[in-house]
Design a protein around this ligand. Structure first.
Ligand SMILES: *[C@@H]1O[C@H](CO)[C@@H](O)[C@H](O)[C@H]1NC(C)=O
Ligand SMILES: *[C@@H]1O[C@H](CO)[C@@H](O)[C@H](O)[C@H]1NC(C)=O
Length: 302
């Protein structure tokens, strides 16, 4: 229960620690937001002075994070520190006398995530501390109206560069999850990029939410979007004519000369001026001339 309580606290505060009892050294789990500084704790319970001692911090058992050896740390006289941690990791000199070997990692990156060990290899008995660090990135989703289609308004939600991988969903203002297309997910440098499309129709509020959840770090962000009523109204008399009109003018430039040509041929053959006039007249009167109409007229002449 205690463990659960601490986990919840950690999730609520977004940055925190949990203590899990298990075999071997206790694991301290820490969750921080990318860009923040984080202190990885490590102290001897005896509080003995370690100013003249050696302690070594590694990540995932191999990457050299930080080393302190009786006053000497990684630097030009003491190479070996992993590039990733250069100039970003420091100890607390005034804490050494209390057996405190904690370090601070400045400006954390998602790629700093991993299992860290704090080791006193020369102490008897040998003591180690284990810390699991999860550096999360939780950008807020970005929403926009992508297009208006026959079926409704297509909304796009993008989460750009999140870690761990976010779960992205569209919801209406009552919190109901909306049907969406398969999310497009890509990964670069440990960060996930997610794009999710949904098609919406009129609701009582015309408000929609994109929710990004990262369970591992207990994070949830959302972005609301309002879709103007006119985009959601009966599209046959508002948005549609713009598109259909454009489409028909394209069709007309091709089909009308063709129709006229066919008609002219017909007239030459039949000398039927009345029919030709009717064809031209119907073109002038119908701005949104239908292709099927043109076709049926053409076919009626052939
Ligand atoms: C060790 O030092 C750090 C940095 O000053 C501090 O945050 C932490 O509380 C100290 N740990 C203990 C056990 O005193
Ligand atoms: C730490 O180690 C455990 C066990 O090997 C592993 O499951 C976990 O993913 C590691 N944590 C990170 C942040 O890499």
């Amino acid at each position: 229960m205690e463990l659960l309580a601490v986990v919840c606290l950690c999730l609520l505060t977004w940055s925190g620690t949990t203590f899990a009892a298990g075999n071997g050294p206790d694991v301290i789990k820490m969750v921080v937001k990318e860009g923040d500084d984080t202190i990885l704790p490590c102290s001897l319970s005896t509080r003995e002075d370690i100013v003249q001692k050696l302690f070594d911090w590694k990540r995932d058992g191999q990457k050299e994070v930080f080393l302190y050896d009786a006053g000497v740390t990684y630097g030009k006289d003491h190479p070996g520190q992993d590039e990733q941690f250069k100039q970003r990791v420091f100890h607390f000199p005034d804490q050494l006398q209390f057996g405190n070997a904690s370090i601070v990692i400045r400006n954390t990156k998602v790629t700093d995530s991993g299992n860290y060990t704090c080791d006193f290899p020369r102490l008897q008995p040998r003591r180690r501390g284990l810390i699991e660090l999860v550096v999360g990135a939780a950008p807020a989703p970005v929403t926009k109206i992508l297009k208006v289609t026959e079926d409704g308004v297509v909304l796009q939600c993008e989460v750009r560069g999140a870690s761990p991988k976010p779960d992205v969903k569209w919801q209406d203002s009552d919190g109901n999850v909306l049907r969406a297309e398969e999310p497009q997910v890509s990964e670069r440098g440990g960060l996930y990029y997610v794009s999710l499309l949904t098609t919406v129709t009129k609701t009582s509020t015309n408000l929609f939410h994109c929710v990004s959840t990262q369970k591992d770090i207990g994070h949830r962000t959302e972005e609301e979007i309002y879709v103007p009523e006119r985009l959601l109204e009966d599209k046959s008399c508002h948005e549609a004519p713009m598109f259909i009109g454009g489409w028909f003018s394209g069709v007309l430039t091709v089909s009308v000369p063709l129709a006229v040509l066919v008609a002219a041929k017909y007239i030459r053959k039949r000398r039927n001026k009345g029919e030709f006039k009717r064809l031209i007249g119907s073109y002038q009167h119908h701005r949104y001339f239908e292709l099927s109409h043109v076709q049926s007229l053409i076919s009626s002449f052939i």
